[in-house]
Design a protein around this ligand. Structure first.
Ligand code: PLP
Length: 482
């Protein structure tokens, strides 16, 4: 029997129907059987999930760590004596060596040549994005172009651009799939100012809709005079990012999203041909080779260290190498295959749910098939009169079933505004009297009830029982009225 063996009591109740559903799933998604290694890991490395009856469906929020990652990290720390880097004493040099080893392992993982890319360690993706925002040489006549579909940490770069007089332009996304229309993109890309700094930012995978925006845009926009910032935070955990094939100028990564542990570590990958453009607005301990109070000047350390303020997270960074090796031992393509099988089935099931009067139980925001999308499924639940049920209430009900979903806008206001159909008038009104408007009033102006949507995201430790339980939960909304 291929069913996961460690089901909690809650799931056992539904074992017979789950068995049948699982067989139908295997028929529909035969590639799933090639990923059975991950069911074994679920039972060993992630046993805590089933032991505690958790259905974890928030991998875009954060990945889960394997127990062996913790053991390997503990063993390394227990055996080593590591001092603060930036010195030539023995324990300091041991740390420097370890940190440089991790840097090399990141380059190898993304198949990036050390001749072409630099790895700058940051606390997370946001830290990487901020480095680009504050260091990119925006000025008047320069442009920051970005898609509506972006995380706030990418949107926020517009404040650096605006402060330096650059033009900020958004490319829209179009319902129902919430992708960018190629015509709109072509028009926007044609606006690069020759001889000026033009930065184009987009997510390889939307953290709101799961849409995978084409990686082909990278070379296309570079050819038209753009530097490209690819936000790979939600793409990297379940997709191969091969930097020998795709060569964005800047890429941000949060490691905890890929393998769960450690938090507080991320990186900015910078293409060397673009690195010379970045100008740090300040310097700090660790980033300079020499500075003088009397002479009022400093020399920035060349290479990544010039961007790593203060002391890097040197005891956690070795756990990044452990995490990357762990993912490599499974294979990111295998993880991808599994996630897409489970995503396809979950989409099919949720979209097939209808109240007795024929109306749908969910409204999906994003593509309805697995074509050019990842394992993030964003929905709102509808009662039998087609009224949206507050996503926060649904999240609360899911909690009672030990299902971790995520309600809200997921720091992606552009995707939310288009998905939920907020008008420009509504949104502009929210900012008219900023001093007085509380967040609750802001939500009220927008809608009064529906502030976002409910995200399920699938990752490397997800099994069939997890998505099955979510569908069972979704069925509890059948014929509901508010
Ligand atoms: C697409 C995307 N970009 C950037 C971020 C920011 O990541 P972090 O909060 O780890 O800095 C996230 C976080 O969810 C994300 O999903």
């Amino acid at each position: 029997m291929l069913l996961p063996t460690t089901l909690d009591t809650h799931a056992r109740r539904d074992l017979a129907p789950m068995d049948t559903a699982f067989e139908a799933f295997r028929q529909a998604y035969p590639a799933f059987d090639t990923t059975r290694q991950l069911d074994e890991l679920r039972a060993t490395e992630y046993a805590r999930l089933d032991r505690q009856g958790h259905t974890y469906l928030d991998y875009t929020g954060g990945g889960l760590y394997a127990e062996s990652q913790l053991r390997d990290h503990l063993a390394l720390l227990s055996d080593g004596v590591f001092g603060n880097p930036h010195s030539k004493n023995l324990t300091s040099m041991a740390t420097t060596q370890l940190v440089e080893q991790v840097r090399d392992s990141v380059l190898r993982y993304f198949n990036a040549s050390p001749d072409e890319y630099l790895v700058i360690f940051t606390p997370n993706s946001t830290g990487a994005l901020k480095l680009v925002g504050e260091s990119y040489p925006f000025g008047p006549d320069d442009t920051y172009l970005l898609t509506f579909d972006n995380h706030n940490s990418v949107n926020g770069i517009r404040e650096f651009a605006r402060a330096k007089g650059a033009t900020v332009t958004y490319v829209p996304i179009v319902p129902p799939d919430l992708r960018v229309a190629e015509d709109d993109l072509s028009r926007a890309l044609a606006c690069a100012q020759p001889g000026h700094n033009n930065l184009f930012a987009y997510p390889a995978q939307s953290n709101f809709t799961g849409v995978q925006h084409p990686l082909e845009w990278i070379a296309e926009s570079q050819a038209k005079g753009w530097d490209v910032l690819l936000d790979a935070a939600s793409f990297a955990p379940t997709n191969r990012l091969d930097l020998s094939r795709w060569q964005p100028d800047f890429v941000d990564i949060s490691f905890y999203k890929i393998f769960g542990y450690p938090t507080g570590t991320g990186c900015l990958l910078v293409r060397k041909t673009a690195a010379h453009k970045l100008r740090r607005p300040w310097y700090a301990g660790g980033t300079i080779t020499f500075s003088s109070v009397v002479a009022f000047d400093h020399y920035l350390t060349p290479g990544p260290a010039g961007f790593e303020d203060g002391t890097v997270n040197y005891l956690s960074l070795p756990a990044v190498e452990i995490g990357l090796k762990y993912i490599e031992s499974i294979g990111i393509d295998l993880i991808h295959t599994r996630v897409m099988c489970l995503t396809g089935w979950l989409l099919d099931q949720l979209l097939s749910l209808h109240h007795s009067n024929g109306r749908p139980v969910i409204r999906l925001y994003g593509p309805p098939t697995t074509d050019q999308r990842g394992g993030t499924i964003q929905v709102n639940f509808l009662d039998q009169s087609d009224r949206l049920i507050d996503c926060n209430e649904v999240e609360r009900l899911a909690n009672a079933e030990h299902i971790s979903l995520r309600a809200g806008c997921h720091c992606n206001p552009g995707a939310r505004e288009v998905a939920l159909g907020f008008t420009r008038e509504q949104l502009v009104a929210c900012f008219r009297d900023k001093e007085r408007l509380t967040f609750e009033q802001f939500l009220h102006v927008i809608d009064g009830k529906t502030t976002g949507a409910l995200r399920a995201s699938i990752g490397l430790a997800t099994n069939f029982a997890d998505v099955y339980r979510y569908v069972q939960f979704a069925k509890t909304f059948l014929d509901k009225s508010m």
